[in-house]
Every structure is written in C-alpha cells, then in structure tokens.
Design a protein around this ligand. Structure first.
Ligand SMILES: Cc1cc2nc3c(=O)[nH]c(=O)nc-3n(C[C@H](O)[C@H](O)[C@H](O)COP(=O)(O)O)c2cc1C
Length: 249
C-alpha cells in the first residue's frame, strides 16, 4: 500500500515532518507492505498561483505555469492514500500548503479524488489546531478526499516543554495512526455524510446547466454524474434518511 505524505512546511526536518514520520513508523510497524513517499512542498517546483482562472475555465493542461503540478497530481492519483500535513502559521495553513490548494482549485469543480482516503496532520506552537485541521480537511474534501483521521500536535517551545506533555502529544499520534490504519484496511466504500450528498446534488445542478463546451460540463458528463441513477460521485450505499432529506432539500 502506497501512502503519499505531502508536507507543507518550509522546514524539511521541522515539527510537521517529525509528526508524520512518527505516523509512518506506526503504520509500517502494523503492516510491512505500507510504503511511504514524501513530497516536501518547499522542495518541489510549485509556482505561486496567478489567479488567471485558466485551469478552472479552460482546463488545467492550459495552466501557464510550467512546473511540478502535473507530476504531483499523478503521484496523488497513484497513491492509495494521502497525508496532508501543515504547521499552523498565523491561524492558518502555511502559505506553501495554501498555494498547493490554490494550484489544485480546479479539482473543487472537477473532483477527481473521490473515494481516496486521507489523513490530516497539523502542528502548532500553542493554538489553532482545530481550526486549521478543519480548513485543511474541508478543502481537500472538496476535491474528493475522505479524511479518515485527523491529528493536531503541539510542539511547545523548549522552555515550556516537559516529558509528560511530549508523551501526551506522542500518544495522540499513535492513536490517530491506528484510526487511519483501520480505515485503510477497511475496503467498504465510505458512506457519504448528508452534507457531502447535498454538495454532490448542488454541484450537479450547477454544472448540468453550464454551457456544453465548458470543461466542468464535459468532465461531469464523462463521469456519468448527470445521469439520474447516479446518486453520488462513486458507488456506495446511501442511508434512506439521507436520501429522503437530500431529495426534499
Ligand atoms: C510564521 C509562523 C507563524 C506561526 N503562527 C503560529 C500561530 O498562529 N499559532 C501558534 O500556536 N503557533 C504558530 N507558529 C508555530 C508553529 O505552528 C509550530 O512551531 C509548528 O510546529 C512549526 O512546524 P514546522 O517546524 O514544520 O514548520 C508559527 C510559526 C511560524 C514560523
């Protein structure tokens, strides 16, 4: 099983990498077939998004920036699961992680990662873990990733850090690595939440009315997502109550 870990810190051997490396050790101890590959966003060529809208309106292959975006997308597609990791920088993800998200913004319109499992890892000096984890998980979720495990770790400054605190943070990593592992070996398609179901319906309604030569329209049509019998991005069981509520709404 191949796991791609995307590290969004400018420091290649920083706290965020260290936290993910702990998860790697935990997962590999459980299953020797698990292989990690790291992508340090600060070490690849991913130029800042210019906001030109070309990827969204005309297709990502027309993006004027020639860099590692395409090969990174291929890596994400080929991986069985992806870990997205970022430090908290001024109550947000790091700028490198944000740029990564913006460079793949077209995937919010043409979500091509549906069914792919993900884990979100956030590190901080003191605050912001919940908020930044939520931001990261929801953005990657809008591209189709299913966040199966989330962990936020505090790396307190050396003068505030004690052994008890470090152990507590270490235990959080171990627990969430286990949660992630159990989700990875569960082969049943993940049931969508009501919000995800509604998002599918809302997007379908928007794109079905779009001009037929628009890339989003063509993408959705090719996927078969406009067809009445298609209830969600991928085949999965949908609870009766969710089905009824989404129909009414
Ligand atoms: C520019 C910058 C902004 C930061 N902003 C916050 C913050 O808002 N809240 C906080 O608790 N820690 C903040 N920190 C501390 C980092 O979140 C923390 O040290 C993190 O673990 C760094 O991970 P890294 O070593 O992988 O870069 C900030 C650090 C930097 C360098």
């Amino acid at each position: 099983m191949k796991i791609l870990a995307i590290i969004g810190s400018p420091r290649i051997n920083g706290n965020t990498y260290k936290a993910v490396h702990e998860i790697e050790k935990e997962l590999e101890a459980r299953d020797s077939n698990i292989k990690f590959e790291y992508v340090q966003l600060s070490r690849i060529d991913l130029k800042p998004c210019r906001g030109c809208f070309v990827c969204i309106e005309k297709g990502e292959e027309r993006c004027p920036l020639k860099d590692d975006r395409e090969s990174l997308e291929l890596k994400m597609k080929q991986a069985d699961a992806v870990i997205f990791a970022s430090p908290v920088y001024t109550y947000n993800v790091s700028w490198i992680m944000k740029n990564f998200q913006d460079r793949f913004a077209y995937r919010c319109h043409r979500p091509d990662f549906h069914g792919k499992k993900a884990m979100v890892v956030v590190t901080t000096g003191a605050v912001g873990l919940k908020f930044v984890s939520f931001l990261l998980a929801s953005t990657m979720g809008s591209m189709g990733f299913i966040t199966c495990a989330e962990v936020g770790v505090t790396f307190a400054p050396a003068h505030e850090s004690d052994e008890k605190r470090q152990k507590r943070e270490q235990n959080k990593l171990i627990r969430q690595a286990e949660v992630f592992y159990n989700k990875l070996i569960d082969t049943k398609p993940v049931k969508p939440s009501l919000i995800k179901l509604l998002t599918f319906k809302k997007q379908r309604k928007a794109f079905i009315q779009a001009p037929k030569d628009l890339v989003d329209y063509k993408f959705w049509k090719e996927k078969g997502w406009f067809e009445k019998k298609t209830a969600y991005y991928y085949e999965t069981k949908i609870g009766l109550i969710s089905k009824m509520i989404s129909k009414i709404l």
